[in-house]
Design a protein around this ligand. Structure first.
Ligand code: GLY
Ligand code: MN
Ligand code: MN
Length: 482
C-alpha cells in the first residue's frame, strides 16, 4: 500500500491531500469516464491463487486496482462514478483470522487511509451495487481480465436493478471496457511513479552487479569448477529482497552458456563453466512497479574473441536503439535502428553471407536476420513488465505493406513516443548451430536490456547502475566483492 499516513493538519473526510497521486488518478479516471459519456466503473483486485491444497501463491494486487487504491489486501473492489464519487469494498476486521493472516485495514480505516468517499464490508457489495448502477448510462469493467466472478456478479446486480423497473429504476444500457481508459492512463508515468521505477531499476542493477562479482569470485577460486544457475538466481533474490523489493517482477532468467539461446529460459540446475557466457534477464518489482534488465557477461570475467565480437555488435545495436528513442520518433524506430546494426554485424561476421542472403537491405527486407534476432527490441514497462498501452497510432491512417512471407499486411503506424512513457531497449543475438554458421559462434546467446524513460528531448536509462560496455563489465568482475 502506498498511501501515506494522514498529515496532522488535514481535516476529514479525506486525509489524503487533493494532489496525492491516488486522488489524482481517480479524479483523472472520473474525468475520462465523464468525457466518454459517464457511468460507473468497477475494478476488482486479483483473486488469491491456490498453490497446492491449502497453500496460496503470494498475493499480488491487480495492477489497475492498486494503481487506483494503493491497497494490497485480497478481496477488494473499487467503484468509481464519473462524478468522482468512490467507494471501496473490503474485508471486515476479524481478530481471529488476523492472528493467522495479518492485520486487515477494515472498512472504517480504509475510508480515511485510502481517501475514498465511502468504504463498506464486502458483504455489502450485493446491496450497494444495484443502487450505484441504477440510472447509470454505462457500466465499465476491464474486459478480458479473466474476472469471471465479477462478470457473474454484475449480471446479478443488473438483474436486480431491472427487477425494480416498476419503481422507475433502470440498469445501464451499455457495458464498456474500462481497460481502454486505464491502459492509456498508465502508459504515461507521473513523477511519483518514475521515482519508484528508478528505485526498482537501481535495485535490479545492483543485483546484476552482485551476480557478476559472485561468478568472478567463484571462478577465481576454482577456474575448473562450475556454478549452478540456481546459485546465481539466489544472489539476485538476495539483493532484491534486502532492498525491500517484493521479489522478481517475472521469473528470473539465468541462462548458462547455450541456454541463452532459449529466450525465456528460467534459472534451473544447469551449470555455468568458466569459458561460457551467462545471460541474466532479471528485474525486481518495487512497490508495484517492475524493472526489466538483461546483461550477458563472461563467467570467468573475460570475454573470448568470438564472444566479444558478437557482444560489441549488440552493444552497438542498443546504442542505435537508444538514439532512436526520443519524443516524436515512433516506438518501432528503435527496433528498426537495432535491426540495421545487428544485420550489418551478421554480414560482417559471416553469420549471414552476401552470397546467400544478399545486401544489408535484402537481409532486412526478407527478414533473414530473424535467424539470430527473433524478438522485438522493446516494450512498455510499468506496473506490469509488459505494461499496458497501445503500440499503434490508431488515430493515423492505416497503410498496407508486404510481409516477409510474401503476403500483405494492413496496419496502423507505430505510435509516436512522448515524455513520461517508459520502454525497454533489448536487442540480442542468438546463434544456434546451423549449416553455414561459423562454428566459433555456436551456442552464443547475448541480450542487453535497459529501461528508458522518455524525457523532453531523449531518454534516460534508469538501469545503468550496472555497466554495459565489455571493458567495464570485465573491470567490475576484476574488482573485489563489496
Ligand atoms: N523479461 C522479459 C522481457 O524482456 O520481455
Ligand atoms: Mn523486456
Ligand atoms: Mn527482460
Amino acid at each position: 500500500m502506498n498511501a501515506p499516513a494522514a498529515p496532522a493538519q488535514q481535516t476529514p473526510p479525506s486525509p489524503l491531500h487533493p494532489l496525492h497521486p491516488l486522488h489524482e488518478r481517480r479524479a483523472e479516471l472520473a474525468r475520462r469516464l465523464h468525457a466518454a459519456g459517464g457511468g460507473v466503473a468497477i475494478v476488482m483486485t486479483a483473486p488469491e491463487v491456490t498453490r497446492s491444497r491449502d497453500t496460496e501463491h503470494p498475493f499480488r494486487a491487480d495492477s489497475h486496482f492498486h494503481y487506483l487504491t494503493g491497497f494490497d489486501e485480497p478481496e477488494a473492489v473499487l467503484v468509481l462514478r464519473a462524478d468522482g464519487h468512490s467507494e471501496l469494498f473490503c474485508r471486515e476486521k476479524h481478530p481471529e483470522q488476523e492472528v493467522w493472516t495479518g492485520v486487515r485495514l477494515g472498512p472504517d480505516a480504509a475510508r480515511e487511509t485510502l481517501g475514498v468517499a465511502a468504504a463498506y464490508p464486502l458483504s455489502q457489495l450485493d446491496r450497494r451495487l444495484p443502487e450505484l448502477l441504477n440510472q447509470a448510462p454505462a457500466v465499465w469493467t476491464v474486459f478480458g481480465s479473466g474476472d469471471e466472478p465479477l462478470d457473474q456478479r454484475l449480471d446479478g446486480w443488473l438483474a436486480e436493478v431491472r427487477a425494480q423497473s416498476h419503481f422507475g429504476h433502470a440498469p445501464p444500457s451499455t457495458h464498456r471496457d474500462l481497460g481502454v481508459l486505464l491502459d492509456e492512463m498508465r502508459l504515461f508515468k507521473r513523477d511519483d511513479e518514475l521515482a519508484l521505477m528508478r528505485r526498482a531499476a537501481g535495485i535490479s542493477a545492483g543485483a546484476h552487479r552482485r551476480a557478476m562479482r559472485f561468478c568472478a569470485a567463484r571462478f577465481r577460486a576454482d577456474p575448473a569448477g562450475s556454478v549452478a544457475e540456481y546459485e546465481i538466481e539466489a544472489e539476485l533474490l538476495h539483493e532484491f529482497r534486502r532492498h525491500g523489493a517484493a521479489g522478481p517482477a517475472y521469473p528470473s532468467i539465468v541462462a548458462a552458456g547455450r541456454n541463452a539461446c532459449v529466450l525465456h529460459h528460467s534459472a534451473g540446475a544447469a551449470r555455468l563453466r568458466a569459458d561460457e557466457l551467462c545471460l541474466i534477464d532479471a528485474g525486481c518489482e518495487f512497490d508495484g512497479y517492475a524493472s526489466d534488465v538483461t546483461r550477458t557477461f563472461p563467467a570467468s570475467g573475460r570475454y573470448s574473441a568470438p564472444q566479444r565480437e558478437l557482444y560489441d555488435i549488440v552493444v552497438a545495436a542498443q546504442e542505435a536503439a537508444v538514439a532512436a528513442t526520443r519524443p516524436g520518433l515512433r516506438h518501432r524506430d528503435a527496433h528498426h535502428a537495432a535491426v540495421r546494426v545487428l544485420a550489418q554485424g551478421m554480414l560482417d561476421t559471416g553469420l549471414l553471407s552476401p552470397d546467400r542472403h544478399g545486401s544489408l537491405d535484402d537481409v532486412i527486407e526478407k527478414a533473414h536476420y530473424r535467424q539470430f534476432f527473433m524478438h522485438g527490441t522493446g516494450h512498455w514497462l510499468g506496473r506490469d513488465v509488459h505494461d499496458t498501452g497501445d503500440y499503434l497510432a490508431r488515430d493515423e491512417a492505416p497503410f498496407e505493406q508486404p510481409d516477409y512471407l510474401g503476403g500483405r499486411v494492413v496496419k496502423h503506424p507505430s505510435r509516436k513516443l512522448e515524455p513520461g512513457m517508459v520502454v525497454t531497449l533489448e536487442p540480442g543475438l542468438y546463434v544456434r548451430p546451423a549449416e553455414g554458421v561459423p562454428e566459433r559462434y555456436w551456442h552464443i546467446g547475448i541480450r542487453i536490456e535497459d529501461d528508458a524513460v522518455l524525457t523532453a528531448h531523449g531518454c534516460e536509462l534508469i538501469s545503468r547502475g550496472v555497466p554495459v560496455q565489455a571493458d567495464e563489465i570485465e573491470a567490475l568482475m576484476r574488482s573485489e566483492l563489496p
